[in-house]
Write a protein that binds this ligand. Structure first.
Ligand code: G16
Ligand code: MG
Length: 211
C-alpha cells in the first residue's frame, strides 16, 4: 500500500534543469570549454561537484580552482532562481499535489540541490510537503539510495510504501536501490528503468501508479 509520494525537484516540479544548463554554459564559455544542451542531460540529478567533473571531461584542476568554479556557477544559478515564481510550476504539478494531499498521502521533496529550499519557497509550495530533503540531508547523493531512505525514515513509512517521481536516470536508480516504486518523467532512454514512465507530469494517471 502506498502511503507517501516523494518528488524530485529540478525537472519534476519546476524546470530548473534549464537554469542549471544556462549557469554551467556561462561558466564553460568563460573557461573556454565546449558545453551543449546534450552534455547538460548528463548533469540531471547529479551533485554540483560531479557536474563540474563531467563538464571538465576528465581534466583535473587544483582544489581551490574547483571551489572557485563551483562558487561562480552557483552565483549564476542563484541569480536565475531568484526570479522564480509560482508561474514556474510545471503544468499539472499543482493539481497533482492537491489531489494527493486530499487523498491523504504524505508528501516530500528529495532533491540533490543545496538550493532546493529557495526554489520551493519561490514556487510557494512549501506548505504542501511534510519534508524537504535536500543537498544537505545526506552524504551520498543519487544514484545512492540514501536521500530517499532518509525521506522514508523521516516520514515514518517503509520504502515499499513510497513512490518516487524523478526525471533523472541517477534518481530512478537511487529510488530503485532504495526499494521504492518509481515514476520516470522524460524519454525512455533517460528514465526507462522506472516502473511507470510518462513524457510529462501532467500525463500521470494517479489510479495507475497508486495501487
Ligand atoms: C539537482 C539537479 C542537478 C544539480 C543538483 C545540485 O537535483 O538536477 O543538475 O547539479 O541538483 O544542485 P545545486 O548546485 O543547486 O546544489 P534534483 O535532485 O532536484 O534533480
Ligand atoms: Mg531532477
Amino acid at each position: 500500500e502506498i502511503k507517501a509520494v516523494i518528488f524530485d525537484l529540478d525537472g519534476v516540479l519546476t524546470d530548473t534543469a534549464e537554469y542549471h544548463y544556462q549557469s554551467w554554459k556561462k561558466l564553460a564559455q568563460e573557461e573556454g570549454i565546449s558545453f551543449t544542451r546534450e552534455d547538460n542531460e548528463q548533469l540531471r540529478g547529479v551533485t554540483r561537484r560531479q557536474s563540474l567533473e563531467i563538464l571538465l571531461k576528465g581534466k583535473t584542476l587544483p582544489e581551490d580552482k574547483m571551489e572557485e568554479l563551483m562558487v561562480k556557477k552557483n552565483e549564476y544559478y542563484q541569480e536565475l532562481i531568484n526570479n522564480i515564481t509560482m508561474e514556474d510550476l510545471i503544468p499539472g504539478v499543482e493539481e497533482l499535489l492537491n489531489q494527493l494531499q486530499e487523498d491523504g498521502y504524505k508528501l516530500a521533496v528529495a532533491s540533490a540541490s543545496r538550493n532546493a529550499r529557495t526554489v520551493i519557497e519561490n514556487l510557494e509550495i512549501g506548505k504542501k510537503f511534510q519534508l524537504i530533503a535536500d543537498g544537505y540531508s545526506v552524504k551520498n547523493n543519487k544514484p545512492a539510495p540514501d536521500l530517499f531512505l532518509y525521506a522514508a525514515e523521516e516520514l515514518e513509512v517503509e520504502p515499499e510504501e513510497c513512490i518516487v517521481i524523478e526525471d533523472a536516470e541517477s534518481g530512478i536508480e537511487a529510488a530503485l536501490a532504495a526499494g521504492m516504486h518509481t515514476v520516470g518523467i522524460g524519454p525512455e532512454e533517460r528514465v526507462g528503468q522506472a516502473d511507470f514512465r510518462y513524457d510529462k507530469i501532467k500525463d500521470i494517471k494517479l489510479a495507475d501508479i497508486v495501487q
